[in-house]
Design a protein around this ligand. Structure first.
Ligand SMILES: NC(=O)c1ccc[n+]([C@@H]2O[C@H](COP(=O)([O-])OP(=O)(O)OC[C@H]3O[C@@H](n4cnc5c(N)ncnc54)[C@H](O)[C@@H]3O)[C@@H](O)[C@H]2O)c1
Ligand SMILES: [Zn+2]
Ligand SMILES: [Zn+2]
Length: 388
């Protein structure tokens, strides 16, 4: 029996910026009216976890429990959650949180990734701005920042903001075993696929290039292919990623190690320029090359986190005369409640084979999982909580 209050569990805690993730005993507060207790089955690791562990996004307190690609089983439902169908035992995917208010223009249009409150809700914690308001504490009583992205899912049990919860649709056939590869739907895969579905919207005959074939880039390529886009150029600097992209449907590939000028490399393939480009690297010279390679009315979407203060040299006149756009995209500009079921469906049809990207790790091998994510040797490490 899980107690009503003071629920003991175990989580990876980051003591202060730059400190490692350490597995520790923690205590969860009670589940409030608009919250859900989730027993985590799997949690994917995303670069944003590393960025925040290193203290590079200065919003929110430490110590902190991070993790924002959780998937698991509902163990308790708050007394006033909006989704009245949500029950104990439901399988759920956890995603980013947004305000969901009618008064918020992006949320009211289902473009929740652009919610006005994204930074405060997701980075500081859904309950409030300080660790003191968090549902997590050490057994001694001192507070730990929680509800990172509404969830803090690097934890065996978590008190989750209901706005982060997406129930696996009844009849979709998802099992706990599927969660081993689908846990990252809530961030990495949603970001790549959402940018394709909601922002770039390529037609089958459009040319499409993805720079950086990590979790976000491969998800974008798969999403484009699932919509019938015939020509997808996959760009990376790691041979193994280029090979994987080819095996998953890239029609052309470019390795930035071997092309001295990426813009020229892209224009050699498409002399009229590229219709849609997605950059997931945040590397400034690659972004500049991408702008140069855009075709008439072409769009460059940027999701990779560039270093603070970095700036682009762009020929504004060419951009204007070519009717081109450069857009930053947060979380695929998506509504998780819409896109997660859509991606589950594509996965079940074999059109979104993200199982090819995942490697499962026991919590005891967490350091290795982080090192593999950091080095790029594994595209998507996923923690299996049953192995704790
Ligand atoms: N905007 C958002 O909402 C959002 C959401 C999730 C992740 N992100 C960010 O998006 C980025 C991509 O995430 P990911 O999980 O796919 O990361 P990743 O590290 O797995 O992917 C990046 C890819 O870029 C490649 N790359 C790096 N330098 C390169 C170069 N010079 N030339 C060619 N390829 C190069 C790497 O080899 C890698 O395959 C990260 O910065 C992450 O923090 C943003
Ligand atoms: Zn909003
Ligand atoms: Zn993420």
């Amino acid at each position: 029996m899980i107690p009503e209050k003071q629920i003991p569990t175990t989580a990876f805690v980051v003591e202060k910026p730059g400190a490692p993730f350490v597995l520790q005993d923690i205590i969860l507060d009670e589940v409030r009216a608009n919250e859900v207790l989730v027993e985590m089955k799997y949690t994917g690791l995303c670069h944003t976890d590393i960025v925040v562990q290193q203290g590079a996004i200065p919003v929110g307190d430490y110590p902190a429990v991070l993790g924002h690609e959780g998937a698991g089983i509902v163990r308790r439902v708050g007394s006033n959650v909006k989704d009245k169908s949500l029950q104990e035992g439901d399988l759920v995917f956890l995603s980013f949180s947004s305000c969901h208010e009618e008064s918020c223009s992006p949320c009211s249009k289902g473009r929740n990734g652009f919610c006005d409150q994204m930074t405060s809700i997701n980075f500081a914690g859904a309950r409030g701005l300080t660790a003191a308001e968090s549902p997590i504490s050490f057994p001694g009583g001192s507070s730990i920042r929680g509800q990172f992205f509404g969830q803090s899912s690097m934890s065996k049990l978590a008190v989750v903001d209901e706005r982060s919860v997406v129930k696996a649709p009844p009849g979709c056939g998802v099992t706990v075993e599927d969660m081993a590869v689908l846990a990252p739907l809530g961030c990495g895969y949603l970001t790549g696929a959402g940018t394709v579905f909601n922002v770039l919207k390529p037609t089958p005959k459009n040319s499409f290039a993805v720079i950086g074939m990590g979790a976000v880039g491969v998800a974008a390529m798969l999403a484009a292919r699932s919509q019938g886009v015939e020509t997808v150029i996959a760009v990376d600097i790691v041979d193994a990623k280029i090979e994987l992209a080819k095996s998953l449907g890239a029609s052309h590939t470019l390795n930035t190690k071997s092309v001295s000028d990426l813009a020229q490399g892209l224009l050699d393939i498409f002399p009229d320029g590229v219709d849609c480009i997605l950059d997931t690297t945040g590397v400034v010279p690659l972004l500049e090359a991408a702008v140069k390679a855009l075709g008439h009315e072409g769009t460059l979407a940027i999701v990779g986190v560039a270093r603070a203060g970095s700036s682009l040299k762009i020929d504004l006149l060419k951009l204007m005369m070519g009717c081109q756009r450069v857009v930053g995209v947060i979380e695929g500009c998506a509504n998780p409640a819409m896109i997660v079921p859509q991606l589950i469906d594509l996965y079940k049809q074999g059109k979104f084979p993200v199982d090819k990207l995942a490697k499962i790790y026991a919590p005891a091998d967490f350091e290795q999982a982080m090192a593999d994510l950091h080095s790029g040797s594994i595209i998507k490490p996923i923690i299996k909580w049953a192995d704790l």
